[in-house]
Design a protein around this ligand. Structure first.
Ligand SMILES: [Zn+2]
Ligand SMILES: [Zn+2]
Length: 122
C-alpha cells in the first residue's frame, strides 16, 4: 500500500459521515498536495472491489463510501445530505412478504431512513 493509498483509507475510517470521493480528496490533499482526484477515485474503487470498504447505495448524487463493512443501516438527512450509521437488529427483521420471497432470494436487508437530522431541525 502506498502512502497516498494509506492516507485515503485513513481519511475514510476517521470520518463518520460516509464521505464522497471529493470530501476525501480535500482531506488527503492537506498531506499530499500533488494528489489527483483520479487517484482517489481509482483507490476507492479498488478498496471496494477487494471488500475493505462499501459503496453506499446511490441517491443520484456523488457516490458515498463506508469504511464499515459490517451489516448496518443508514439515516440520511435530506437537507444536509449527512449519512449516519444505524445499528441494531430491528431494522433487518423486516417481514418479507411471501410473494417476494417466492420470486427473489433475499440475502440482505438494508434500511435507509430519510428525513431531517437534529442539526438541521435545531
Ligand atoms: Zn441535516
Ligand atoms: Zn454506514
Amino acid at each position: 500500500m502506498t502512502p497516498q493509498r494509506l492516507a485515503i483509507y485513513k481519511a475514510l475510517i476517521e470520518s463518520t459521515d460516509h464521505p464522497s470521493a471529493e470530501n476525501i480528496f480535500n482531506c488527503v490533499r492537506a498531506s499530499f498536495p500533488d494528489i489527483a482526484i483520479d487517484t482517489v477515485y481509482r483507490t476507492l474503487s479498488t478498496f471496494s472491489e477487494i471488500g475493505i470498504i462499501h459503496v453506499v447505495e446511490g441517491y443520484g448524487e456523488a457516490k458515498r463510501y463506508d469504511p464499515d463493512t459490517e451489516p448496518h443501516h443508514h439515516f440520511r438527512c435530506t437537507r444536509c445530505n449527512k449519512i449516519v450509521d444505524l445499528h441494531g437488529d430491528i431494522f433487518g427483521k423486516l417481514n418479507i412478504p411471501r410473494r417476494i420471497k417466492q420470486k427473489y432470494n433475499v440475502s440482505n436487508v438494508k434500511v435507509v431512513l430519510e428525513g431531517a437530522c437534529d442539526e438541521c431541525l435545531g
